[in-house]
Design a protein around this ligand. Sequence first.
Ligand code: PMP
Length: 380
Amino acid sequence: MMKKRLFTPGPISVPEDVLLEMAKPIIHHRTPEFLEIAKQAIEDLKYFFQTKNDVFIIAGSGTAAMEAAVVNVLSPGEKALVISAGKFGERFVELVKTFGAEAIVIEPGWGNPVDLENIKSVLKQNRDIKAVFATLVETSTGTSYDIEGLGKLVSDFPETLLIVDGISGLGAVECKTDLWGIDILVSGSQKALSLPPGLSFISISEKAWEKINNSSTPRYYLDLKKYKKAMEKFDFPFTMAVSLVCGLKKSLEKIKQQGIENLWRMHRKRAMAVRGAAIAMGLEIFSKSPSDAVTAIVLPHTIDGEKFCSDMRKEFGMSVAGGQDKLKGRVIRISHFGYQDDFDTIAVIAGIEVMLKKYKHQVELGSGVKQAMKILFSLQ
Ligand code: PMP
């Protein structure tokens, strides 16, 4: 039987001790036993988010928390500025429009960093913008955005909230919710938290609560006021995904022990190894501001990326992601988060090298692996 290895930017492999935690017999979600687990998970999530703000768990994938951010904050007809440079920036644009608000869309182009001066001038010209929506790491392009810089800029506009999608970035790259002035940060379980998909998380600042209390968009399951009321007793408004929260508590306990800065450092090292290896193999990195959460590598134009990914999975048991939308067939994407170690990073690079050879692409066997080993183990 072939060993399966997941390098997709979510879902990812889950460590054995977390799997075992989730395999324990189900307990009822309103028992003191479960609420104690939830309380600890919420406290540790605040560390993970680097915040003292309220943090809530929603049973639903990351998009549930994105939708919660939109429907709780914006009323129909209100204006929002959305930075959109990939599939997930586009999702915020769609959500804003779906609920009847107006989206002013800033499009730096897929893989490009955003020009903060441009954002500033749009905010100055539109004083009625209620929120700026941004993405910490755009998973479709492997790009990191300057959320710290954006936070400084938005703080000059007291009526405007900063709302960030940290679904694939949080835990993988530095993100300091309170220090950077992020009013709402959303994330999901199937990325740097090394959990299965199914949970999303959302942090809410005091400034954001003022907007939430006054917004008129209809909502029910995602009404954050219900979550806040229940949270007074570390409870949830609806049946919580008990097993996933048990896994979450375990995963966060491990992250706290490791230290969040070390987690960021680990992602950086693996991302640098993959970037270095790709260049050593004569390939290009798609992003002009590459993230440490996921790397998008441009394939030679003679290779069909979709087939390349499916062959990697079939022949080596390695799942890497292909491109989305306009990048379909052109790139492969490799995640650096989840339960993987330095030798897994070397394995995926070796897999890519061998597959490139099979596709008759000129590559010196071992060139990428050698470069990755040097970076991972600080060798000369
Ligand atoms: N935003 C980003 C940056 C993501 O990477 C993803 C998932 N790949 C989403 C949003 C959507 O999350 P989900 O699929 O969990 O709903």
